[in-house]
Each structure stands twice: as structure tokens, then as C-alpha cells.
Design a binder for this molecule. Structure first.
Ligand code: SAH
Ligand code: AVI
Length: 331
């Protein structure tokens, strides 16, 4: 226990934001179609901007998932029967409180919560908030990368591993399959996987959710250039890029891009790179896949999961679903 009332473990290598960022920038910005992985959005400013996004009128996912949790958290918690809730990419852990309320109603003295995120600022502020309102809850923060480090999760069966907010949609399909494989490899009998997944809907709803009138998503997207400037001493000029949100109807995902408004030459001394970006050329900074129930179920089944519950909102815009491992499923 720390003086703050929660434990904090940092599993990211000391050179995480150097080595891993350097490798990603070198690979992504020398590719024919330039790209950057979304985990670099979340420095302190980026985590705060994401929180601002969640309150935007256009950004329906957070409030829709919150409604689903509000209406069904007690059923979810009872179905899983867990005393430990582990959350991947926990961010502010704000919606999580609905699950914690339900868990504490079932097991007031034995409930624990483990938050895992790459952002130390987000972890510390979320966990400090939780210990203040839940004095009987054991709270642990793990700073780790959920794409590589699921082995850091505390062991023991009967855990619920939650992955909310449709962060799963930020993986490419192959990354999603490999994430589900590694998740499966750390799950044991009695564990459940609780997944928040955004569903396919009209482009008229989707595009504004990623291109809001107030420009908060644009600021979130452009902030990744500041991260490169600060951490790799790069000289990207934010004003030379425009935020774009494009619905890829074939892949059924939103693409966030930064489009160069004129020819740009940026230097990234941290990796000894000169990046030439032609006017009109894009850096793809994120995909946000939207799901349909049958293919999502098939994908989870292919990874060895069986559904235990599916909850949605009235408009069927978002889903929260509960899964166990097929080979361990004795129900
Ligand atoms: N679950 C919250 C936050 C979603 S934002 C919600 O539903 O609102 C995505 C979160 O995942 C951010 O807090 C970000 O820091 C974290 N994140 C992104 N990539 C990550 C990675 N590779 N490993 C761990 N956390 C990651
Ligand atoms: C964290 N993730 C699920 C968000 C999303 O909707 O894909 C990130 C985001 N990007 C732009 N707005 C929000």
C-alpha cells in the first residue's frame, strides 16, 4: 500500500517512451501509407483531451456504454461472480464505478480493483478518486502495455477482466486476434472477460463523433505531433496538418488521419529520420472499428471464448458482453 491508499507498479521498461516510440515512429513514418499507433495519444494532455471527448454531445460511445452499465451492472457482476475486477486501458475508471458499486453490494469486504493503463497520470488520478469514495475496496494500479504485457495481471481465478470503451476497436483485425490469444493465455477457470464494443451505425452518427464541432477530437489527434516533438525532439508543425475522420465503409471502421495542408519536411532527430509528407498526404493515427454481433461472436469463438451475456442500449449503438473460455466452460 502506498500513502495514497492504492498500490502502484510500473511494468513499462524505463526506456518505454524512448525505445518503443522510436521503433513505432521509424516503422510508421517510413511506410508508404504513413501511420502511428494510437497508444502515443495518451500523454497527460492527451488523456485529458480524451476525457473531454467523452463529454461531447457528438461522442455517443461513453454515455451509451454508461447507460448500459447503469441498467445492467448488477446482472453482469452476478453472472461473473468475481471478487476481483481488472480493467485494461482503464483511463479515468469513471464508468467502472457502476461495476464497482454492484460488486461491493455483493462482496463488500472482499472486492478488489486492478487498473492497467500506459498513462501514469490517468492511473494515479483514477485510483486516488476510487480510494476516496470506496474505503473498503482494495485498489492496485499497473502501468503496463496491454498489447505485450498481460502476464503482469495478478493471478487467481474468478477474476473479471474488463476492456471497456470499445478500445478493442483501436486494434487492426490481426492485432485483435493476437490480443485475444494473449488474453486467453492468461485466463483460467472461473475468469470472465467483459467487453465493451461499439456497433456499426450510420455514417451520419459516426463521423461527427470523431470530428466534433468544438474541435476537441482534432486537438486530441494533433496532440500526437506534440508527443513526437517533446519525446523525440521532432519539429512537426501542427499548423501544417488538418484533422480528418473518415468512415471506411468496407472495413467498417473510422480512420483518424492527419492530412498535410502543404508539403512538409519534419526532422525526428531521436531516430535520425527526415520525414517528407506531400501536400494532401495523410498520417493514419487511429482506426476505430465498429462491430456487428455475429462476426464479433465468431471472432471471439475463434479465439476460444463462449458468450455468457450480451447487453445493449435501445438503439443498439453499443454492446457490453461477457465471455468465458470455451474449454473451461462447464455451465
Ligand atoms: N476505458 C476508458 C478509457 C478509454 S481511452 C473508457 O472507456 O473511457 C483508452 C485508454 O487506453 C487510455 O487511458 C490509454 O492510456 C489506454 N491505452 C491505450 N493503449 C494502451 C496500451 N497499449 N496499453 C495500456 N493502455 C493503453
Ligand atoms: C479509446 N478509443 C476507444 C476511442 C475511440 O472511440 O476509438 C479513442 C478516440 N479517438 C477519437 N475519439 C475517441
Amino acid at each position: 500500500m502506498t500513502p495514497h491508499g492504492y498500490t502502484f507498479e510500473d511494468h513499462l521498461p524505463a526506456d518505454f517512451s524512448d525505445q518503443s516510440l522510436r521503433a513505432d515512429v521509424t516503422e510508421g513514418l517510413t511506410a508508404t501509407q504513413k501511420w502511428l499507433p494510437p497508444k502515443w495519444f495518451y500523454d497527460k494532455v492527451g488523456s485529458e483531451l480524451f476525457e473531454d471527448i467523452t463529454a461531447l454531445p457528438e461522442y455517443y460511445p461513453t454515455r451509451t456504454e454508461r447507460t448500459i452499465l447503469h441498467q445492467n451492472a448488477a446482472d453482469m457482476v452476478r453472472a461473473a461472480g468475481s471478487e476481483t475486477l481488472i480493467e485494461l486501458g482503464s483511463g479515468s475508471s469513471e464508468k467502472t464505478r457502476l461495476l464497482l458499486d454492484a460488486m461491493l453490494a455483493e462482496v463488500p469486504d472482499r472486492a478488489s480493483y486492478v487498473a492497467l493503463d500506459v498513462s501514469e497520470d490517468a492511473l494515479r488520478s483514477a485510483c486516488a478518486g476510487l480510494v476516496a469514495i470506496y474505503p473498503r475496496l482494495r485498489v492496485a494500479a499497473l502501468r503496463a502495455d496491454f498489447t505485450h504485457q498481460l502476464e503482469v495481471l495478478p493471478p487467481g481465478g474468478a477474476r473479471t477482466i474488463a476492456f471497456l470503451g470499445s478500445t478493442i476497436g483501436n486494434f487492426e483485425p490481426t492485432e485483435r486476434a493476437s490480443f485475444l490469444r494473449s488474453l486467453r493465455s492468461v485466463m483460467t477457470a472461473g475468469d470472465h472477460f467483459l467487453l465493451g464494443a461499439d456497433l456499426v451505425k450510420s455514417a451520419e452518427v459516426l463521423v461527427p463523433a470523431y470530428d466534433d464541432a468544438a474541435g476537441v477530437t482534432a486537438a486530441f489527434n494533433l496532440n500526437v505531433l506534440d508527443v513526437l516533438n517533446q519525446r523525440l525532439d521532432a519539429d512537426f508543425d501542427r499548423s501544417a496538418f488538418r484533422h480528418k475522420a473518415v468512415w471506411n465503409a468496407e472495413q467498417e471502421w473510422i480512420e483518424m488521419r492527419l492530412r498535410a495542408t502543404h508539403d512538409v519536411v519534419a526532422r525526428v532527430p531521436g531516430v535520425g529520420l527526415r520525414v517528407d509528407i506531400a501536400r494532401g498526404e495523410d498520417i493514419r493515427t487511429e482506426i476505430s472499428a465498429k462491430f456487428r454481433r455475429a462476426p464479433l461472436t465468431a471472432e471471439l469463438a475463434a479465439a476460444g471464448f463462449v458468450e455468457r451475456g450480451w447487453w445493449t442500449d435501445e438503439q443498439e449503438w453499443f454492446s457490453v458482453s461477457l465471455w468465458v473460455l470455451a474449454e473451461l466452460d462447464n455451465a
